[in-house]
Write a protein that binds this ligand. Structure first.
Ligand SMILES: *Cc1c(COP(=O)(O)O)cnc(C)c1O
Length: 374
């Protein structure tokens, strides 16, 4: 007997799909038989495959996405006295790395339609302030406006770091997220579009000298074994088992992104006439990592969905410059578009393994909320 539709449970993610289609016993025994658990053949194979996928010469596995951001900034010599520009609506990940290095975050406004860094705000900041590096987060799986942002940074002589943790496989005019900046950062946290069965991350760059520095920083700052040649070294390695999982999943990425996009397109068609701002669905720029709508009645909509068994979440409720850890240091910063977005965004279920029935259940619940039938 199937449950009545009104109580169908729809989670926000499907944890089981992270390992689906993989021959896990075979992967595990292959790694054990190789007798290398750290920085062996599997990491190298994955790094080469991932670099080829991105269309950049160098990819470097690290322990997670936050480390990737921190190592990227360290390799670009960010630290005390340096000013790193970021948006303030992307979950504090870039801010965490900026603050770990003792650099200063500089927050810029978003474009209210894409919810990504506003190229106009970036241009203004570059013209009016000293900026040493820019972090662009491709939020929710949407490529930021890189055709404008990348040349602006290049002309200003400012390092450009891409945070691609939500945008594996997103592309514009054939150029992938991660192939626009000086260095790009990926997370393979299990819920990401390319997810490991644990923590994982990667860096990518076209610059051979930068790649060498990134490689050294992930392993104690070693130039050669036991010879510490680079300041700021640490231990942040992708392990062999996760690399084997990622190498097996990488060939499936484009197809799984297409499935996510199809769910987003179905939502988009169903919600077109509602007083909701739905994600722009304009093809390969968007890989639907998160399906985020904006609603002036966000909290009521969320409660309505919960009453129908539908999970939702807010990515992210607190803008970076208002996080309690910063105290009053950013009290002067006013980002009205960012603050309004944080008050209105709501993430609906859009994940691999989601059934058509679940998609229709979410749609029916969103429609019934707006029918005033709540
Ligand atoms: C998940 C995520 C990170 C952090 O990745 P971890 O692997 O969890 O450290 C960084 N930036 C963004 C945008 C993310 O979504």
């Amino acid at each position: 007997m199937s449950a009545p539709a009104a109580t169908m449970n729809v989670p926000l993610f499907c944890a089981a799909s992270a390992g689906q289609g993989l021959d896990l016993p075979a992967l595990l025994s292959e790694v054990v038989e190789s007798q290398r658990y750290i920085l062996g053949r599997h990491v190298q194979v994955f790094e080469e495959a991932f670099a080829a996928y991105l269309g950049v010469p160098h990819a470097i596995g690290v322990a997670n996405g936050t480390d990737a951001l921190e190592i990227a900034m360290r390799a670009l010599k960010m630290g005390p006295g340096k000013r790193v520009l970021s948006v303030a609506n992307s979950g504090f990940y870039a801010s965490t790395a900026i603050r770990c290095l003792g650099a200063q975050p500089v927050y810029a406004e978003i474009d209210p339609n894409t919810l990504n860094l506003s190229p106009e705000a970036l241009a203004k900041a570059l013209a009016e302030q000293r900026i040493d590096a820019v972090v662009v987060t491709h939020l929710y799986g949407r490529l930021a406006d890189m055709t404008l942002i990348a040349p602006m940074c290049r002309e200003a002589g400012v390092a450009l770091i891409e945070d691609c943790a939500q945008a594996h496989g997103a592309r514009h005019a054939g150029r992938l997220a991660g192939a626009w900046g000086d260095v790009s950062c990926f997370s393979f946290y299990p819920t990401k579009n390319l997810g490991a069965l644990g923590d994982g991350g990667a860096l990518a760059t076209r610059d051979a000298a930068l790649a060498e520095r990134l490689r050294a920083l992930r392993q104690y700052g070693w130039g050669a074994k036991y010879e510490v040649a680079h300041e700021g070294g640490r231990n942040s390695r992708l392990d062999e088992l996760q690399a084997a999982v990622l190498a097996a999943k990488l060939p499936l990425l484009d197809a799984s992104n297409a499935r996510r996009r199809a769910i987003a397109a179905r939502y988009g068609a169903a919600f077109a006439h509602l007083p909701l701002q739905a994600p722009l669905a304009d093809g390969e720029d968007y890989v639907a990592h998160l399906y985020v709508v904006r609603s002036a009645r966000r909290d009521a909509l969320r409660a309505h969905l919960a009453s129908r068994g539908i999970a939702s979440d807010v990515h992210y409720p607190v803008p970076d410059h208002r996080q309690p850890v910063l105290g009053s240091t950013q009290a002067d910063v006013q980002l009205p578009l960012t603050e309004l977005a944080c008050a209105q965004v709501l993430t609906l279920p859009c994940f691999l393994g989601m059934t058509d029935e679940q998609v229709e259940h979410v749609i029916a619940a969103v429609l019934s909320f707006h029918d005033g039938m709540a």
